[in-house]
Write a protein that binds this ligand. Structure first.
Ligand code: NDP
Ligand code: 2IT
Length: 463
């Protein structure tokens, strides 16, 4: 029998550390979920006053309670043949409007609370699209950073060995989110096919050769810009053409927001990742950014200034905790596109002081409640995430339609439908806000409109 050459105290130390890690696993962070629920429920008060059915049918409690939370263990082998353990989740929140639908997030910060917040937002976002999709979210605390392609494959395939039991083209259709792009979706799809011998549209965001839709990769970012143009038009503000824009993030949503801004003649001057911010006053070099962040996975934005010495790189560590460099730059419009609570009240005040007139959320819940209150008080055009970033899931629905009909739509066809969907969402949200006496408030307009759609189905179906 082999033994490890350490003292009893060292063994105790090791065991204690392992137990501590396990406790961390189970310590759920529900604050973020209640932040999302509170924002929505407080803003639908005008609807509660107008119609007593919502209280009578106990809709608030019923909507804030997920249908089910599936939690599972993922065991996989790293490249050194060491066994690794992660936790996987699928929060199937509400299928009133259609099959459960929503992305998968792979990030060390993932826990039940984060996925409940994202699943709850997804119900309402999906309802706003006017398409037949319910709300869900899933993922794992797995950290893709620093993992080899082979390790990503082994993890994804182990994840699907559990997840496949709970999904189906008419039941639950996951997609990507932070840390999950078309490479991960492809590995997940491969395992599903191997286990079930079926080629079903059980995931969206698939590569084209596996039944993916053209324009799905671009959809969220492009949709964010279409939504902003519609909002500025409704609010009689100047369009984005020729205007300085600031964008955070350097992933799928941020890069395609930047790409569309450049295409319509705006000047996006920033991008960020978890380590720092790039500021390039001439407009960021999107081709190089894509090369750095998409093709060479894990590349750092620090490299950007090696190619573009006239640009500036500001490490995240150089900025105070409650503020971010990217939101302290003069701009006409701002686009937070990285993660939740990335834009604080101090950031909101800095943006306003620097002349910003419009903020559109590409990420899910990137602005803190205090920041949103500051934007609304100062009459900033504010496009909330559940309306503004719905383009991704809308095109996911188009992918499901193509899969079900065994047809392929052209890029132009999908893009045109995406643009129409974003304009429709924006006009519907603006009209709802007006109808309920909060004209110009897109937060309340989106929450009321979405809540009403889902709640009315729940009431009509009974319990
Ligand atoms: P990606 O994984 O492609 O990119 C995420 C980006 O955000 C990276 O630049 C990453 O930096 C940065 N980031 C992530 N977490 C943090 C953090 N804790 N602190 C600082 N920076 C962070 O994800 P997506 O672009 O797909 O997603 C971005 C946001 O958009 C998320 O909120 C997601 O929920 C939302 N969203 C995504 C949709 C989609 O279709 N993909 C649809 C609708 C919303 P680094 O590279 O250093 O990790
Ligand atoms: O937050 C989101 O809307 C997504 N991550 C996309 C979900 C989807 O099913 O396409």
């Amino acid at each position: 029998m082999s033994h490890i050459d350490i003292t009893l105290e060292e063994a105790h130390e090791y065991i204690k550390k392992e137990i501590e890690k396990e406790i961390e696993h189970y310590r759920c962070e529900h604050d973020i979920f209640f932040q999302a629920v509170e924002e929505v429920l407080l803003s639908i008060a005008p609807l509660y006053l107008a119609d007593d059915r919502y209280a009578k049918h106990n809709i608030i409690r019923r909507l804030a309670h997920p249908d089910r939370i599936i939690k599972f263990k993922i065991e996989w082998l790293n490249d050194k043949n060491e066994i690794r353990v992660n936790t996987g989740y699928r929060v199937q929140f509400n299928n009133s409007m259609g099959p459960y639908k929503g992305g998968l997030r792979f990030h060390p910060s993932v826990n039940e609370g984060v996925l409940k917040f994202l699943g709850f937002e997804q119900i309402l976002k999906n309802a706003l699209t006017g398409l037949p999709i319910g709300g869900a979210k899933g993922g794992s605390d797995f950290d893709p950073k620093g993992k080899s392609d082979f390790e990503i494959m082994k993890f994804c395939r182990a994840f699907m060995r559990e997840l496949h039991k709970y999904i189906g083209p008419r039941m639950d259709v996951p997609a990507g989110d932070i840390g999950v792009g078309s490479r991960e979706i492809s590995y997940l799809f491969g395992e599903y096919k191997k286990i079930t011998s079926t080629f079903d549209g059980i995931l969206t965001g698939k590569p084209l050769f596996s039944g993916g839709s053209l324009a799905r990769t671009e959809a969220t970012g492009y949709g964010v810009v279409y939504f902003t143009e519609a909002m500025l038009e409704i609010e009689n503000k100047e369009s984005l053409k020729g205007k300085i824009c600031t964008v955070s993030g350097a992933g799928n949503v941020a890069l395609h927001t930047i790409e569309k801004l450049l295409e319509i003649g705006a000047i996006p001057v920033t991008c960020t990742d978890s380590r720092g911010t790039v500021y390039d006053a001439r407009g960021v070099d999107i081709a190089y950014l894509k090369e750095l962040k998409f093709n060479r996975r894990g590349g750092s934005l620090e490299e950007y200034i090696v190619k573009h010495p006239e640009a500036t790189y500001i490490p995240a560590s150089e900025y105070p905790e409650d503020g971010h460099a990217v939101w302290n730059i003069e701009c006409y419009a701002a686009f937070p596109c990285s993660t939740q609570n990335e834009l604080t009240d101090l950031d909101a005040k800095n943006l306003i002081a620097n002349g910003c007139v419009s903020v559109t959320e590409g990420a899910n819940m990137p602005s803190t409640p205090e920041a949103i209150a500051t934007f609304l008080k100062n009459k900033i055009c504010f496009g909330p995430a559940k309306a503004a970033n719905a383009g991704g899931v809308a095109v996911s629905n188009f992918e499901m339609s193509q899969n079900a009909s065994m047809l392929k739509w052209s890029f132009e066809e999908v893009d045109a439908k995406l643009k129409e969907t974003m304009y429709d969402i924006c006009h519907n949200v603006a009209a709802t806000a007006k109808e309920y006496g909060v004209e110009g408030n897109y937060v309340d307009g989106a929450n009321i409109s979405a809540f009403k759609k889902v709640a009315d189905v729940m009431i009509s179906e009974g319990i």
